[in-house]
Design a protein around this ligand. Structure first.
Ligand code: ZN
Length: 205
């Protein structure tokens, strides 16, 4: 049995933090899971890896979680709810299905809160939007919601979203391939498994 990966070890193949957030479930194919966001500290570790928060914010959020474990647990459940909502919304880009109104409403809640916690700042002589420092347990999910909204509204300026065709995968990624027909989240894992399956099928004929 192979050792189950942790949130600090999983591959970041989405090409955008919102997609990597959706990819915090090992498989959405023939089986679902395992789950990588198993605790609030997993959520914080993930956010630090993706530069959604900085070191100081990571320390602040972890100490908030230590002081209010039940609130942190609730926030973890909310993060997973946002993740599954984003998954459904992002999948509509690859299918003919419409976005569910309820899903868009939930994402809107996060973006409204994000907007309230943003302000203009001068950075290298230019004015930029900045998040106020992460001082609340919901800071990570709110920032992820904001990032996802930006991804969804930038469709014309970016590459299309694809779903990995690996039977035990289903991860999402931005397709940066030259021909625009990338099929696997990773050529080394899902892609090579598919080649092995094809090779065996040919030999069995
Ligand atoms: Zn894959």
């Amino acid at each position: 049995m192979t050792k189950h990966k942790t949130i600090g070890e999983i591959s970041l193949l989405g090409g955008h933090p919102a997609l990597d957030f959706v990819n915090t479930v090992d498989s959405r194919g023939a089986r679902w899971g395992p789950e990588f966001l198993t605790s609030y500290s997993d959520l914080v570790s993930w956010a630090r890896r993706l530069d959604v928060i900085d070191d100081e914010e990571q320390r602040t959020l972890l100490s908030l979680a230590t002081n209010s474990p039940s609130d942190a647990e609730r926030e973890l459940i909310r993060a997973r709810e946002l993740r599954e909502t984003l998954h459904r919304i992002l999948l509509t880009e690859t299918s003919n299905e419409a976005v569910r109104v309820r899903d868009l409403e939930l994402l809107n809640e996060f973006t409204r809160q994000a907007q309230e916690r943003r302000s203009l700042a001068i950075v290298d002589d230019t004015i930029e939007w900045r998040h106020s420092p992460a001082r609340h347990l919901d800071s990570v999910t709110i920032r992820v919601g904001w990032l996802a909204a930006n991804l969804l509204t930038s469709r014309r300026e970016r590459r299309p979203i694809r779903v990995c065709e690996g039977p035990n995968c289903g991860w999402l990624f931005l397709d940066h391939s030259r021909n625009g027909h990338r099929r696997w989240c990773s050529d080394r894992t899902c892609g090579s498994h598919a080649r092995v399956r094809k090779f065996r099928a040919v030999r069995a004929e």
